[in-house]
Each structure stands twice: as structure tokens, then as C-alpha cells.
Write a protein that binds this ligand. Structure first.
Ligand code: ADP
Length: 266
């Protein structure tokens, strides 16, 4: 078993984040096959006695899929309206897939203010604990329809780190469309080397080039590294892996695929 495999094995409370790039296919539509496979893997974790909270992007893409004619409208009202529509589509897909395993899902749409306010914090925490204790998988997303720039968390990497800290998770797993952190953007530099274990984030940032995101991504690699910093500060390790690859959790556990682990300073 790989280091990652041991980490997953030893963790009971796991937060998993899915990025827009993981969920979308090359036409910008929701990749139901990938989504189904991720749900299947989450079920396997639950069957092993683990608890899982999912943080999922993808409302915008689902919205475009549902109401194609709005896709090119750039103004904020339409963008937020599209997310409102897409969030329903996204949850319908999750509900359908989790139902195959007899698992219920619950939706939490959050903004930055919710984490800043101690009372709201407590309520989120209690809701998460209650859902998970009852065997329900909470699915968290930013409340895009109320979030304008000033009150936005802005990306689900940060949201998933805040969620992991709030819930006292044992592990945070981010799924993106790359295997992990490379010395340079692997999309532009196919020969760039993967960094498998990271203990010193400041040192890492001096070493690597972090420029470039994808068409649907919002955060880029930098927000993933900052998410690792946030959870590492609470002693929670973070794995970054390629959620587009089928059965990725099993494969990284068996060393058949690689990923990056952020351990934080010992
Ligand atoms: P997601 O939608 O999964 O959150 P993003 O597009 O926001 O993903 O961020 C991941 C992208 O960051 C990768 O697809 C990659 O093109 C880009 N990137 C830039 N620099 C790096 C790097 N040094 N290592 C890995 N990925 C990088």
C-alpha cells in the first residue's frame, strides 16, 4: 500500500472536493460517468466505516447544460441565475447516483459570512455532524446566487479547507484534472515533474511556477496549495489527485497512480 493508501486507511472523517474541471467533459457538459465513479468510490469509503462530506463545484456548468441559450450572457445576474438552475441539476445527479447505494444527500450552500459568524458556524457544524451521524452525505457548495465578489469565498478549494477545519476532518482530498502539484503547469509543460510529498509550503512556492488555470476552473493550483496550508495548520493532511481518472482512490492507494500529499510541518 502507498503512503496515500495508508493515509486514507487511517482517516475516518474525510472531506472530498470536486473541481469544475473534474466534473466537466471536453464539451463543457457534466461528465456523468466521472461523477458516477466518484460516488461509487465514496460509497466504498462509507462501507469501510468512514464518514464523508463532499464539496462540489459544477453548478455553472450544469446550468449551461440545462439552459444553453444563456451560456454566453456575461452579466452577473445571468451568471448567478445560471448557478441557481445548475445547482438543482447537480444535486439531482448526486441524488440519483447516491440512491443506488441507499444513501441520502443533504445540501448546504454557504458564503464567507457563514464562516465568519460564530453562531452560523455553530449551526453549520451541528448540521454537518447530524447529517453525517445519520449516514447522510452532506454536499457543500458556495451559494453563488447570493455571493458577489465582496462576500465571496471565491473558490471551492478554500471552501473545502474551511469545511474540513470546521468539521475536524482527518483528511482533505481535492480532485482536479491533474495528478498533483508539478514544478510547472503540466498543461503547458508535459515533461514537468510531479511533486509527491510536500512538507514546507513556503519552500514549495519558491520552487514552482503556479500560473495558469483551465476554462472552467476558478482557483488554479495556488488556491489548492493555500487550502493545504489552511488544513495543515490544524494538523489535517491534504491529498491532491486526478479525479478524472477512473477509480482514482483505489489506484493511488495501490500506487498504480500518483498524487501529491501535503503533510504540513511535522
Ligand atoms: P479545478 O477546477 O479542479 O479546481 P483549476 O483549473 O482551478 O482546477 O486548477 C488546476 C489547474 O492548475 C491545472 O489543470 C493546471 O493546468 C494548473 N496549474 C498551473 N500551475 C500548476 C502546477 N505547478 N502544478 C499543477 N497544476 C498547475
Amino acid at each position: 500500500m502507498s503512503t496515500i493508501g495508508e493515509l486514507i486507511e487511517d482517516s475516518r472523517k474525510i472531506v472530498i472536493k470536486l473541481g469544475s474541471n473534474t466534473l466537466s467533459d471536453e464539451n463543457g457538459e457534466v461528465n456523468r460517468k466521472t461523477l458516477h465513479n466518484i460516488v461509487e468510490q465514496i460509497n466504498e469509503l462509507i462501507q469501510k466505516g468512514k464518514q464523508v462530506i463532499l464539496v462540489s463545484s459544477g453548478a455553472g456548468i450544469c446550468g449551461v447544460g440545462a439552459i444553453n441559450k444563456w451560456s454566453r450572457k456575461g452579466d452577473i445576474n445571468y451568471k448567478q441565475a445560471l448557478c441557481a438552475i445548475g445547482q438543482v441539476e447537480l444535486m439531482m445527479a448526486y441524488k440519483e447516483f447516491f440512491k443506488e447505494y441507499g444513501i441520502h444527500v443533504g445540501q448546504l450552500l454557504l458564503t464567507r459570512d457563514d464562516f465568519a459568524d460564530p453562531k452560523r458556524n455553530l449551526h453549520i457544524r451541528n448540521t454537518l455532524f447530524t447529517l453525517v451521524d445519520e449516514g447522510v452525505v452532506p454536499i457543500v457548495n458556495e451559494n453563488d446566487s447570493v455571493s458577489v465578489d465582496e462576500i465571496k469565498i471565491g473558490d471551492n478549494d478554500t471552501l473545502s479547507a474551511l469545511t474540513a477545519n470546521l468539521w475536524n476532518a482527518d483528511l482533505l482530498i481535492l480532485f482536479s484534472d491533474i495528478d498533483g502539484v508539478y514544478e510547472k503547469n503540466p498543461k503547458d509543460h508535459p515533461k514537468a515533474e510531479l511533486i509527491e510529498e510536500i512538507y514546507d509550503i513556503d519552500g514549495l512556492l519558491q520552487e514552482i511556477d503556479t500560473r495558469g488555470t483551465n476554462q472552467f476552473g476558478t482557483g488554479g493550483i495556488l488556491t489548492k496549495i493555500e487550502a493545504a496550508r489552511r488544513v495543515n495548520a490544524y494538523g489535517i493532511p491534504m491529498i491532491l489527485a486526478n479525479g478524472k481518472k477512473m477509480d482514482i482512490l483505489r489506484k493511488i492507494a495501490d500506487d498504480a497512480e500518483k498524487g501529491t500529499v501535503f503533510f504540513g510541518k511535522a
